[in-house]
Design a protein. Sequence first.
Length: 100
Amino acid sequence: MDKNLTYPCALEQLKEDGDLWRRSLMRQCKFLNNIVEQDHRRMKRLVRPGLGSGGLQTARITVAGYEAMAMIRKRQVRKVGGRDMRARATCMDELFQAAA
C-alpha cells in the first residue's frame, strides 16, 4: 500500500469486522501503487486499438491473452523461454490445441 492516510483506518475496520486476519501487517511504501500502474500502462497501450472488439466476452478473452503473453515474456511461467520465440510459439500452440 502507498502512504495514503485512509489505509490504516480501513485496515483496522477490516480487522474489527473479521474480514481480515488480526495479525496481518500493513506494509506501506510511498510509491508502491506506481509499480502496479507501470504494469498496467503497457496493457492499456495494447488494448486501446482494439476497443471496438465486440462484446464483453471477446474483450475478456483478448485481454487474458495479452496478460498471458506478458507473463511468459516476464518469465513468470515455468518451462517457457522468456525471449525464445520458438518456445513461446510452441507453448501457445499447445494451449490452443488443448482448448480446441
